[in-house]
Design a protein around this ligand. Structure first.
Ligand SMILES: Nc1ncnc2c1ncn2[C@@H]1O[C@H](COP(=O)(O)OP(=O)(O)OP(=O)(O)O)[C@@H](O)[C@H]1O
Ligand SMILES: [Mg+2]
Length: 235
């Protein structure tokens, strides 16, 4: 379970303080599939980064399975993240001089997985995402949508219990998008927790709960079973 307690994130720029996200209390249960929606600049990436242990809040606490992430050192926090979470960045963060296959093997290289199994799992994941013919391409030799799928493969290859994804379908054609959504659905059925930031109404629709952000505030937490149509703002 992920819990937010009295969270606020301020950015300071040229003496001005901008509150990018604030929330009294919110929790995401194990096995939930949550979509975070809202206009550009509303604080979605800020929120997701705090959930993922990558951005410390100005005040408040983020607890993952009862562990307060930001009360640990950076090293302890990355260890917790490595054990429990996978993060897909909006900007992919692929390593430019490594091939697709090597990029996907990176998270496995920090585990006890043998080299041959690393290779096998990375190949399988990339194949599942339609990239069997692109294993040895470097990020610069891939289209943006292909880079996005490599980033997703890198996240999923480690079987994380919690998957945090920032616009994971933003650059994909309808077919690849469907592949990604099916993988998310499988992950959901396997009992994993998914938190997905998206501008895409069809992605938000597949989640079981939507959190809508406007100007850094959660405006409503709507349940998928309700009849209200989700208000997904355009980018
Ligand atoms: N490092 C920073 N310094 C100052 N302001 C920042 C910083 N990072 C983000 N912001 C501001 O915080 C607000 C929230 O940014 P955030 O990236 O969370 O938005 P977002 O909802 O993810 O937008 P998008 O849909 O465009 O990705 C924005 O107004 C942004 O300009
Ligand atoms: Mg963003």
């Amino acid at each position: 379970m992920i819990q937010l307690e009295a969270i606020r994130k301020d950015y300071q720029r040229r003496g001005q303080i901008l509150t990018a996200f604030a929330c009294e209390s919110q929790q995401i249960e194990d096995g939930e599939y949550v979509a975070i929606v809202g206009p550009s600049g509303s604080g979605k990436t800020t929120l997701l980064s705090m959930l993922g242990g990558m951005l410390s809040p100005t005040t408040g606490r983020v607890l993952v399975d009862g562990i307060s992430l930001y009360e640990h050192s950076v090293a302890e926090r990355s260890a917790i993240r490595g054990q429990k979470m996978g993060f897909v960045f909006q900007s992919f963060n692929l390593i430019p001089y490594l091939s697709a296959l090597q990029n996907v093997q990176v998270p496995l290289s920090f585990t006890t997985t043998s080299a041959s199994e690393q290779l096998e799992r990375a190949t399988e994941m990339l194949t599942q995402l339609g990239l069997a013919e692109r294993l040895h391409h470097k990020p610069s030799e891939l289209s943006v949508g292909q880079q996005q799928r490599v980033a997703l493969a890198r996240t999923l290859v480690n079987d994380p219990q919690i998957i945090l994804a920032d616009e994971p379908t933003g650059n994909l054609d309808p077919t690849s998008r469907e592949v990604v959504l099916e993988i998310f659905e499988q992950c959901h059925q396997q009992g994993r927790t998914l938190v997905v930031v998206t501008h895409d109404p069809s992605v938000a629709q597949r989640a079981t709960r939507r959190l809508t952000l406007v100007d850094g505030m959660l405006v409503r937490a709507e349940d998928a079973s309700s009849n209200a149509s989700p208000q997904v703002a355009a980018a």
